[in-house]
Design a protein around this ligand. Structure first.
Ligand code: ARG
Length: 436
């Protein structure tokens, strides 16, 4: 029914009546509210409130549909306009779906104003995590500075957020490039980790900060730094929201354990740490993870964008039945369907807070070239933005990480600009920027 011209168009507000008439000149255009559209806006709202209160709306809609439509092949669109909150739109959808005995399709044509169910006061703390010892390229520790210089804080303020900044590594000496820190290798049997002491110390500090921000009911936006800090953000956020679920947007699964990692680089481990996998093989510097209240469960995380997964990681993903949407699935189903499938798998109730951990290498290197482990065949810029827009639209987005911007790996100013601008664009789209 979707591609069919509607013969009846219902509109919700006066502005959308014009929109609907313009789009479907030959259709019958009617208000979807009893008495709506004719009177005063306030009166319309009052009627809406009353009909909601009295649960009268289902009845009204069915009556309207029955009166207007005798032909079961009829298709009906409901028009609304920019500015209606996502909660209201969802309310309409639920109402409509509950009329399942009707053979008519509902298309809500809308651009919504994004709400944040967990942050009605719109407060965000940017947690700066200039950290690079989870891998071997210098420069990724400069990510936070460049993102802030690009105007990240001001952009979020312009979206109506009250923004504060935390710097858990400041003065600790843990924010140095790998060339200036001693290179430690921790080996036991066939397992290996690089720089566990410094990574363990830094991630613990970041964990404490994310945890306290999340407990204060402020949105934690952590900017890296390499993706090793993902263990801190997941553990810290889950401490405050034990029922949280995670979307890991990345070319890589980052779920290696000490005995599966081909590199020993700890930015390839964070998910396995947050889940507590192979606990007996950990270096003692990660004991702090035992204090985190909640372990990440396999059915609470989904991946989008995968295309470079190590052999041992594939075994873990399969054994644990983790929802892993690779670029193959994005090609096959399209990004909208993939996001929908991922969310329904990890958040079946649709009520849990969603944490997005976003590695900029999920995007194709065309868009984010300045990153340590680029892999071709990635998400387009729009696909990448769509993911955060769609999750934001549900109202459940509650934490975000943006990692692996490495300005030192840019071979031109354009590369540097593109990568940093993409990182900022992810944050803005996640925190409520809409296209119109
Ligand atoms: N966050 C990242 N960029 N991770 C890349 C990991 C690459 C590889 N799987 C490894 O463990 O070494």
């Amino acid at each position: 029914m979707d591609d069919k011209k509607p013969n009846v168009v219902l509109y919700i507000s006066l502005q959308s009546r014009c929109l609907a008439k313009e789009a479907h000149p030959s259709a019958m255009v009617r208000s979807s509210l009893p008495g709506g559209g004719r009177g005063h806006l306030l009166a319309g709202r009052l009627v809406l409130a009353l009909t909601c209160l009295l649960s009268f709306y289902n009845f009204y809609l069915s009556l309207l549909v029955t009166l207007m439509a005798t032909d079961p092949s009829i298709s009906i669109d409901i028009y609304t306009v920019n500015g209606l909150s996502n909660n209201t739109c969802n309310w309409y959808k639920r109402r409509w779906n509950s009329l399942s005995s009707f053979p008519y399709s509902l298309q809500l044509i809308m651009e919504t104003q994004v709400n944040y169910n967990f942050y009605p006061n719109k407060e965000v703390t940017i947690i700066s995590a200039p950290f690079s010892a989870g891998q071997r390229n210098g420069g990724v520790e400069k990510g936070p500075k460049y993102l802030l210089k690009h105007g990240l804080k001001e952009d979020l303020e312009a979206l109506g957020w009250k923004v504060s900044l935390e710097e858990p590594l400041k003065g600790s000496g843990l924010d140095l490039p790998p060339s200036e820190t001693s290179q430690e290798i921790f080996e036991a049997g066939n397992s290996r980790m690089r720089n566990p002491t410094i990574v363990g110390q830094a991630t613990e500090k970041i964990f404490e900060t994310v945890k306290s921000v999340a407990h204060k009911k402020v949105f934690p936006l952590t900017i890296g730094g390499d993706h090793a800090i993902g263990m801190s953000t997941l553990a810290g956020f889950l401490d405050a929201y034990p029922d949280a679920c995670v979307l890991w947007i990345d070319a890589h699964a980052d779920i290696n354990t000490p005995d599966t990692s081909p590199s020993g680089n700890l930015h390839g481990f964070p998910v396995s740490f947050a889940m507590g996998l192979k606990r007996d093989l950990w270096h003692k510097q990660f004991d702090w993870l035992d204090n985190a209240k909640t372990k990440l469960l396999a059915n609470r995380i989904a991946y989008i964008g995968l295309r470079d997964v190590d052999a041992g990681e594939k075994v873990i993903l399969r054994d644990l039945g983790i929802a892993a949407y690779s670029m193959y699935h994005v090609d096959k189903y399209g990004i909208a369907k993939v996001v929908e499938m991922a969310l329904s798998k990890i958040n079946p109730s649709g009520k849990s807070p969603v944490h997005i951990s976003y590695d900029v290498d999920a995007l194709d290197p065309l868009f984010t070239p300045a990153t340590g482990t680029p892999v071709r065949g990635g998400l387009t810029f729009r696909e990448g933005m769509y993911i955060v827009e769609a999750v934001a639209e549900t109202g459940n987005l509650a934490a975000l990480d943006i990692v692996e911007c490495n300005p030192d790996l840019a071979i031109s100013n354009v590369h540097e600009f593109d990568t940093i601008a993409a990182g900022c664009a992810i944050a803005k789209s996640a925190l409520g920027e809409t296209l119109v």
